[in-house]
Write a protein that binds this ligand. Sequence first.
Ligand code: NDP
Length: 262
Amino acid sequence: MDLQLTGKTAVITGGSVGIGLGVARAFAREGADVILAARDGARAVGEAARIRADFGVRALAVAADVATPEGCAALVSATEGFGGCDILVNNAGTGSNETIMDAPDDKWMDYWYLHVMAAVRLARGLVPMMRTRGGGAILNNASICAVQPLWYEPIYNVTKAALLMLSKTMSTEFIRDNIRVNTVNPGLILTPDWVKTAKQLSAPTGGDWEGYLQSVADEHAPIRRFGTVEELADFFVFLCSPRASYCTGATFHVDGGMLKSV
Ligand code: NDP
């Protein structure tokens, strides 16, 4: 299937590793130019160079903390310098670990800025560029935790749930400009960070990190394995492509059956 992405430009926040990098590489494979944003500029620069070499597309790295107004402004300005964009993937995010009783207000606000305000601020900056191109697509990467909470991540659950509502609300406002907005809720996706965590947690009991990951998959996902970054990235790229032209305002689960409700 030709996804009709050649000549399009996709901005991916958190595009330097894990899911975001997989998504950036999948866009590039389909002929789209990409802009990767992350705080660690050096890592993003290295991955952008690898994308250029592997796929022959234009790829730009932008060092930006999208949890801040300045970081979002820097990404918007770099995108303008690149010639604009058609697609925005709000992917930068991270898990939390606390109890409601212990977490300070600041921690709640930090995650609000990263998971919600980054999407708001980047829309304000990038939607006008999409408009001038006749439309576009925004994809918000939330989490299964937005609808099926883990007790030890209250701030993550709540801010990702807020992202779902933001996404739905954006979809109604932006469709007038032919900009589609959707959300994906991934389940367990095997990233380098999961491998690092598994190695740390299994070290005291013999270091069987693969066994640890299997136990997590067995406990949570009926499919009994983690998804690969590639399995998720292909879905992201399809949803952002003109081939998904009737999809907007929707939330899709890519979770190996982890969601326990209909
Ligand atoms: P990783 O920790 O592997 O990568 C996170 C990426 O985001 C990195 O590129 C990181 O780069 C960047 N990033 C983090 N904070 C900021 C910031 N403030 N500004 C700019 N960039 C930032 O995460 P994953 O790939 O695992 O997850 C990506 C998204 O997918 C997250 O939103 C996560 O909640 C969601 N998700 C992941 C699941 C999984 O199983 N992996 C399951 C469900 C959802 P740098 O540190 O240099 O800034």
